[in-house]
Design a binder for this molecule. Sequence first.
Ligand code: PRX
Length: 657
Amino acid sequence: MTKYITKKSGKYWPSKAMKEIAWVNDKKIYKQANKNPVKFWSELAKKGIMWEELWDEKKTYIEKLPYFWWFKGAKLNFCVNALDRHLGRSEKPALIWVPEPIKEKPTILTYKELYDKVNKCANLLKKLGVKKGDAVSIYLPLIPEAAIAMLACTRIGAIHSVVFSAFAPDALKARIQDCKAKVLITADGYYRRGKKENLLKKAKKALRKSGIKKVLVVNRLSKNKTYFGKFLSFNKELEKVDLYCKPERMNSEDPMFILYTSGTTGKPKGIVHDTGGYAVQAYYTAKWNFNLHDQDIMWCTADIGWITGHTYAIYGPLLNGTTSLIYEGTPDFPKQDRWWKIIDKYKVSVFYTAPTAIRMFMKFGNKYVNKHKLKSLKILGTVGEPIDIDAWNWYFKKIGKSRCPIIDTWWQTETGGTLINVLPGIGPFVPTIAGLSFPGTRHAIVDKKGKKTNKGFLTQVSPFAPGMLHGVWKNHKKYVETYWKKFKTKYDTSDGAILKSGLIRVTGRTDDVMKVAGHRLATAELENTINDHNLVNESAVVPIPDKIKGETPIAFVVLEKGKPSEKLEKSLKSHVDKHLGPTSRPSKIFFVHALPKTRSGKIMRRILKNILTNEELKGLMTLVNPKCVEDIQRLIKTDEIFKNIEDKNANNLFKKD
Ligand code: PRX
């Protein structure tokens, strides 16, 4: 079996075989790109993307902080780049969709078939009155129609806003209202662990007073269901429209999509990505990081509700004319080797997932993975949170069979595409280290004052990458406050990082954002939801390390009425499930008399976290009510359930390093 890595002076490097197939295998590229990043991206953009009209060379990159523009005034259509240009090889599979039920047949859509469906869907949206610049909300599970709907929006210049299907109705409603979506595309449901989930019921709840005029419903569970009023059958309506839809001529800087994400405040921000810059970064990062060639099959396990699903399950592979595999269901259904079976069956060559999934499979033991050869794999990727050494080693040995490099990619919803990782043809592949800024991008680790250091805050410096966000939807103030207030001319990532022998290790968020099973959640968002419960006076949420999920939220609640009880804890948890979704559910709720606060009334979450993780308590002097700390300590010590929350300190070792 071909080995794609080799070991030299204690580190893994690309083998000769990898160097031979790598698009990029000479580290000089970093220096060249860094000499003039604007020229570098300009040349790449011309080669990689089909433009209808090029930009004025002098205006390749315009910066008027806090905003910047790439390829301003250039014309293109994103969908043409993802589909039309591959029609020469129209029989090549674009999408392989694996449904959860083992007996159901997969759907394989060739580029031509996907193209036809996207064209029809685009015409359907137009028929419903959607115009260039209008927003369309997409609340779909991981089914082919999700890709079809997203691409159809890009064909007609509508802005899509995908909302994760596990989110609760309130979350969907808030997102629909914020972007004033004209149409919602949803489904009757999907399969989860063999059970039918009713998505339409949740969508209907969200729609009350949402302003949505038309709802397209994909029949995923029942083939022939009919709909009335504002609800239309996606499948049936598609039959009534023309087969070809002329692509809209878009400006490079026109918004292509909005994706809502958590920040430090309770309200999610609509991160805006434009068309041309995003296309260039999605195309090249997918191509170079995962070394995509014609015969490759890429499987990015992320849901389309997240940026990883946008860029590497759909857009990056399609821009490159690659086959992308998507899977509807739960990783361990019906057995704990479902994922490995899929890899072997479809000969997946590039596999991209999150540390939380790797840790879950580690827990199942090796017997499931040992049954599978996984010999089609060439490159493994990881994303979403820092990967600890045990997970890295297991992924490397058990999935990669010590043959494949692991590309640890650091990036964010805001950055659109990956930014810090080593390239497979260059290396080195060092456990827990993301590595180097992607050629043509620059990062600096700085102290509080913005001065360069080896351990501190991770920032990005000018010229900013082409795929970066173009503001927060209709909220300039939030954009400035979140990303530019702290370091002015540097983009603030809100992550901590360490520079080690010239390589960057990202250590995790430095703000009040948690990464729970790879999902990004704001403590404030969860607190607001808990506070909305009629028995709650106030609450504080802090994350603690978790062996599988990376982090898990713990809530401290002061009641307004009622008495603490297990029943109330349960009811609060289901209140969170109902309003935010089960991903946000706290693993434990402590009912306390008071929360530690400063004189100005600020809740000291850091103290709560230190109590939970048995760390030294600092800053007690600043508290107006220090006695409550002892009460909370006592409560935690004696709580049987909390004692059993597995490996509370699991990842501390890594985090402290
Ligand atoms: O803290 C970093 C972490 O995920 C955050 C971004 O989350 P989100 O916008 O949901 O996007 C996730 C997928 C791109 C970052 O601020 N993060 C992401 N990748 C890594 C990571 N932390 C460490 N190593 C990574 N490879």
